[in-house]
Design a protein around this ligand. Structure first.
Ligand SMILES: *Cc1c(COP(=O)(O)O)cnc(C)c1O
Length: 228
């Protein structure tokens, strides 16, 4: 799938490699550089290479690393979730997006918080089409119910950007492709303006082929992580 050996290439070269793959599609796809667990030096290296969009999965870590640099470099920050309700208020004001809205209660909680904090946050509904117990998210029926009754999905400060999913834990290519394909079909049939967030280091070429708008790539840019 990927011919380059990312481990011996610099962050800049890794970014260039992925951007060249994105250029081969006519659509506009946003690369989210997932910097979780990585030091600020690595993030700065990516910024110097022109990267503006970053992702973190822990709210506290994201706040610590990006508060000092976000405005200075005009960065966009994505939270990759899941959103824990006790913590969700901390998303407002520093994160621009969250990809971790995986249940009705987390959505309702964010809707309430957004009225209090009055800072714009956009979100992706996390969808679990393989229905693996290890993954959170709405299954297909729950998702269809939600998007067909869209009355309670937004406030002035909380806007739905689209749907996020992860490939199956097995990494099996055929099933991954099916999952990405199905989410694209659901988007096109029910909410054609919604954006898709699919594809990580191991499977982003499949997500590009199946119509994604965002890819979330960590280790293929910054190298392997020792934890989480
Ligand atoms: C960590 C993470 C990624 C990036 O994973 P890589 O395999 O390192 O590219 C993408 N999406 C989510 C939700 C993550 O937690």
């Amino acid at each position: 799938m990927l011919s380059a050996d990312f481990s011996i290439m610099s962050i800049k070269e890794n970014l260039e490699h992925i951007h060249s793959e994105l250029k081969s599609t006519p659509r506009n796809i946003t690369l989210i550089a997932v910097s979780k667990t990585k030091p600020i030096e690595s993030i700065e290296e990516a910024i110097l290479a022109g990267q503006k969009v970053f992702g973190e999965n822990k709210i506290k870590e994201g706040i610590e690393k990006f508060t000092p640099i976000k405005e200075k470099y005009n960065l966009i920050l994505h939270h990759l979730g899941p959103v824990q309700s006790g913590n969700s208020k901390k998303l407002f004001g520093i994160f621009d997006y969250t990809h971790g809205v995986s249940s009705l209660s987390s959505l309702e909680n964010l809707l309430k918080e957004s009225e209090k904090y009055k800072k714009l946050l956009k979100y992706f509904l996390q969808v679990n089409l393989t229905e693996e117990d290890s993954k959170s998210g709405f299954n297909e029926n729950e998702l269809l119910n939600l998007v067909q009754n869209p009355t309670h999905l937004e406030t002035d400060f909380l806007k739905m950007e689209g749907f996020m999913t992860m490939g199956p834990s097995s990494g099996e290519k055929k099933l991954t492709k099916q999952v990405f394909h199905r989410l694209n079909e659901i988007r096109n049939s029910f909410l054609p303006l919604a954006k898709l967030s699919m594809g990580m280091s191991g499977d982003y070429p499949l997500a590009i082929a199946e119509g994604t708008d965002y890819i979330r790539v960590g280790s293929s840019i910054f190298g392997e992580r020792n934890y989480n």
